[in-house]
Design a protein around this ligand. Structure first.
Ligand code: PEP
Ligand code: MG
Length: 294
């Protein structure tokens, strides 16, 4: 029985009736977990840049990215370009005199102002992918407009990376998700920052936890709108914020049309089991109910 139970809780993510929702991992550090997941949905690259006086060389980055590709074999890996700023300050990239770092020059905004930094990272990613014959995808953090998404896609494709996406974690990007999806191959929703900016509630302040709760209907409405834009465009919409590891929300996200959930390795089995507990029609009914709550 124990063996059967385990077997039931392995393999690709799907609803009870076989509708696929990919189960991916969030990775960020030198140690790469090998878990029963379908790939990496968010590789946070900040750890390579923290506590430095200058950016790591292309060669150093190439070998760090190569480790993830080697560990995940033929499975897809989404690497996020540097998300420096606010809760992830990088001394040489951020201006520590900004009065509101969460609203400052952070994430993609740095890459747009320091193109050599972004291009070197993309070059290292492309080289590492070639070294390992890997299925690489890149995405930019903190994209606010379709024009930013288009510019990031242009720079990434110029480095030979063919699958390019962006994170949707700013409400402006959620509102124009359809126009953003027209510029890129996929989007991934960062619910941690999307909550912070939607509720004007600092994600670092535990006291504001109830506003930052991913079950807040206003957040779910934004996620639902992004997922619907993805369904219309025929392009993947993933979630890589903490909300993706909530087994109660997994069927609701599936019902909205979210195509992948990316989380830390320990969260995968419960999310997989939760998805398998419902048919797609049941997931859609749960999503409709969650969206009606106030
Ligand atoms: C997010 O904002 O939800 C996210 C996944 O990115 P980070 O937590 O690294 O800002
Ligand atoms: Mg974020």
């Amino acid at each position: 029985l124990a063996h059967e139970e385990l077997a039931r809780h392995s393999g690709p993510g799907s609803t009870k009736d076989g509708h696929p929702v990919k189960l991916l991992l969030n990775v960020g550090g030198a140690a790469v977990p090998s878990a029963d997941a379908e790939g990496v949905g968010l590789f946070r690259t900040e750890f390579l840049f923290l506590d430095r006086t200058e950016a790591p060389s292309v060669d150093e980055q190439r070998s760090a990215y190569g480790k993830v590709f080697a560990e995940f074999g033929g499975r897809p890996v989404v690497i996020r370009t540097l998300d420096a700023g606010a809760d992830k300050p990088v001394p040489f990239a951020n201006d520590d005199s900004e009065p509101n770092p969460a609203l400052g020059v952070r994430g993609y905004r740095i890459g747009a102002r320091k193109p050599a930094l972004l291009e070197a990272q993309l070059e290292a990613i492309a080289l590492a992918a070639r070294d390992h014959d890997a299925q690489v995808q890149v995405m930019a953090p903190m994209i606010a407009t379709p024009a930013e998404a288009a510019e990031f896609a242009r720079v990434a494709r110029a480095q030979g990376i063919s699958r390019v996406g962006v994170m949707i974690e700013i409400p402006a990007a959620a509102i124009l998700a359809g126009a953003i999806l027209a510029e890129v191959d996929f989007v991934s929703i960062g619910t941690n920052d999307l909550s912070q900016y939607t509720f004007a509630a600092d994600r670092m302040l535990g006291e504001l936890g109830p506003l930052l709760d991913p079950w807040q209907p206003a957040l779910l409405h934004l996620v639902s709108g992004i997922a619907a834009a993805g369904t219309r465009a025929g392009k993947p919409v993933g979630i890589c914020g903490e909300a993706a590891s909530d087994p109660g929300l997994a069927p609701i996200f599936a019902g909205m049309g979210v195509t992948s959930l990316s989380m830390s390795a320990p969260a995968v089995p419960a999310v997989r089991a939760a998805l398998r507990g419902h048919t797609l029609a049941e997931c859609q009914a749960l999503a409709a109910e969650a969206l009606q709550r106030s």
